[in-house]
Write a protein that binds this ligand. Structure first.
Ligand code: FE2
Length: 247
């Protein structure tokens, strides 16, 4: 029997959003929680978010911010605001936290069922915003994982379903979606802790393996409390402001 998977991504040290999302997941029922990377970065509670991932036994990938915090991804890859937050994050984590982040995989294949990546199959930190970006990933997927028709990715902080059918990629942002046979899919659950969907709400998805069905969820949380913590921590003000706009 297949599982009901809760798939989350880009928590980005936003404890208020993360806790509220976990409560919502509990109300929906899920056999397992998967995080597609970026537990830390940008917001004010990196240690607490790492602790929650470990405590709840969430299967986590390494995102580019997680990698940068433990020195695996160069800071030159980031804009000044993000780099400032990464340097601050390093001061907030214990050696054990860093070892945990450092050991996270950048990619995962679940049997013949699905693949997980932070950004893209071509390069872990490449962004899949548009159909033409996804095209190359679908080609690689067909070549290297011919029996797998579903991939989950994060990194853009925007929920999205790309569909590959008859050599054409289409893109959509439905609330509910049933996967059809003979097609390939790349699916992004959106971001828990720094959504960029023009809505301040946390975003995640439930994937029901048996029904091959996806339900996206938006979860309201105490945005002001999270934003106030960003300011109090001395992190760039713009990181607090963007939480209210969802961008
Ligand atoms: Fe991210």
């Amino acid at each position: 029997m297949g599982k009901r998977l809760a798939i989350i991504s880009d928590i980005h040290a936003n404890l208020e959003a993360f806790e509220e999302t976990l409560k919502h997941i509990a109300s929906q029922g899920a056999d397992e929680i998967i995080c597609l990377g970026d537990i830390v970065g940008y917001n004010a509670n990196p240690a607490e978010c790492v602790a929650l991932c470990r405590e709840r036994q969430i299967y986590c990938l390494m995102g580019n911010h997680d990698g940068a915090v433990c020195g695996k991804v160069s800071l030159s890859e980031f804009n000044e605001t993000a780099a400032t937050a990464i340097k601050w994050t390093r001061t907030q984590l214990t050696r054990e936290d860093l070892l945990f982040l450092n050991a996270l995989p950048r990619f995962h294949q679940e049997d013949e069922k699905f693949i997980l990546m932070h950004g893209s199959l071509i390069k872990p930190d490449r962004y899949l915003f548009f159909q033409q970006d996804a095209e190359k990933d679908f080609e690689k997927m067909a070549k290297e994982y011919p029996n797998i028709s579903v991939g989950f990715f994060g990194h853009t902080h925007q929920r999205r379903i790309f569909t590959y059918y008859l050599d054409t990629v289409t893109s959509g942002v439905p609330d509910h979606f049933t996967l059809e046979p003979g097609r390939r899919y790349l699916i992004n659950p959106g971001s828990v802790g720094q959504p960029r969907d023009n809505s301040p709400m946390a975003s995640y998805m439930i994937y029901d393996e048996d029904r091959r069905h996806v339900d996206f969820h938006h979860v309201m949380y105490a945005v002001k409390r999270a934003a106030d913590k960003v300011i109090k921590a001395g992190l760039p003000k713009s990181l607090a402001e963007r939480l209210f706009r969802g961008w």
